[in-house]
Design a protein around this ligand. Structure first.
Ligand SMILES: *Cc1c(COP(=O)(O)O)cnc(C)c1O
Length: 389
């Protein structure tokens, strides 16, 4: 699905020098590389953005919620069609995950469904910028402001993506993760900006909040051995920061390579859909929201029509496995069907889009090293499967 070795080979000398520099510095936790990375990432994300590095993207979400001073039982609205971490941290903090449906085209939070889920106990709206495209931050910001709610963005899959808060004519593009009150991301190796180990970060434009989040990351302490709040131990290490600094300089180029690969897939699949005289099941390439950038953390297809069931998709996954073609299903079981989350009593009938997408999505290999030839082979196997039906 990804080719990290191929990518790292292109930057081998720079990355090895970065690691060796930290090894020889004797400063492994904190230190100048972590500070410089936070500074550079903040500058990349936009003027006035504070970056608080931490140990991983899951911690980033947990710490963001801890920064909001919530109470047990407070409700956090998020989606069911996401990686488990998003809901997990809500549950872990004794808060109540309220899972709403997503838009069938963009796979991100449906603003109207979020609006309907607001109650007197709602405190936070937590959209996920799934697969690299932003949720409707204009609509969600308005909804959050209307009810005095905090807006926290899970931008683990969307670093380098942008949302246009303005209009088509007068755009006001802001980096994913900087539109809400707090944003979070992950530097897990396969993410668009990935380290060679775990890492994460929290973003905010509020300097006071940044100081509080930094304190929570450090056992709730600003001053050594004085603990103002209950915190956690969550740190980005120096070697990861040094390598991430190298990769951050190329992040836009990496994301452009992904978009170029997505464009090639789109064109190849359009040819399959247009095949003369054949009644092949429809393959829906990813929709692109005109208000959002897309950094294609995943290139995710929808197979067949709404209500299709899983057999067409599962058949393709089997065919790909037989032909040695990597593929992924993100995510095969939505959160509301996970055994640990059944107790929140979310009715699948309230999440028809999520239920449908769970049956129909499949992601193709997507990374910076894809070539037209490899993509041609992948789409060739997709077409062969459809014609075999
Ligand atoms: C990867 C990911 C996370 C968690 O990041 P880790 O660094 O693996 O903890 C959270 N949310 C989403 C949507 C992700 O894709």
């Amino acid at each position: 699905m990804v080719d990290l070795l191929g990518l790292h080979k292109r930057f081998q000398a720079e990355m090895e020098a970065a690691v060796l520099g930290v090894l020889r510095s004797g400063q492994y936790i904190g230190g100048p590389e972590v500070a410089a990375f936070a500074e550079e990432l903040g500058a990349y994300l936009g003027a006035g953005v504070h970056v608080v590095p931490c140990a991983n993207g899951t911690d980033a979400l947990q710490i963001a919620l801890m920064g909001l001073g919530l109470e047990p039982g407070d409700e956090v609205i998020t989606t069911s069609f996401t990686f488990i971490a998003t809901a997990e941290v809500i549950a872990l903090l004794g808060l109540k995950p309220v899972l709403v449906d997503v838009d069938p085209e963009t796979f991100t939070m449906d603003v109207e469904q979020a609006r309907r889920a607001v109650t007197g106990r709602t405190k936070v709206i937590l959209p996920v910028h799934l697969y690299g495209q932003c949720a409707d931050m204009t609509g969600l910001r308005a909804l959050a402001d209307e009810h005095g709610l905090a807006l926290v963005e899970d931008a683990a899959q969307a670093i380098g993506s942008h949302w246009n808060l303005g209009s088509a004519i007068e755009p006001d593009r802001r980096a994913a993760g900087t539109l809400g009150d707090i944003g979070t991301t992950s530097f897990f190796p396969s993410k668009n900006l990935g380290g060679c180990g775990d890492g994460g970060a929290i973003f905010t434009r509020d300097a006071e909040m940044a100081a509080k989040l930094r304190m929570i990351c450090n056992h709730g302490s600003k001053e050594r051995y004085l603990h103002e709040v209950v915190g956690v131990n969550s740190r980005l290490d120096g070697m990861q920061a040094a390598m991430l600094r190298v990769k951050l300089r190329h992040l836009d180029a990496f994301n452009m390579a992904r978009v170029a690969a997505a464009d090639r897939y789109d064109a190849l699949i359009a040819e399959v859909n247009a095949s003369d005289g054949e009644q092949l099941p429809r393959v829906h390439t990813p929709a692109r929201d005109p208000f959002s950038g897309h950094v294609f953390h995943q290139y995710t297809l929808k197979l067949g029509d709404a209500g299709q069931g899983a057999s067409l998709r599962d058949g393709l996954a089997l065919h790909f496995t037989e032909k040695g073609i990597p593929h992924g299903i993100y995510y095969p079981i939505p959160i509301h069907r996970q055994p640990a989350y059944l107790k929140y009593g979310i009715d699948p009938a309230d999440l028809p889009v999520t239920e449908d997408l769970t049956n129909r999505v499949i992601s193709l290999p997507m990374h910076t090293e894809l070539t037209e030839e490899v993509q041609g082979r992948i789409v060739g196997e997709l077409a062969a499967y459809l014609r075999s039906l």
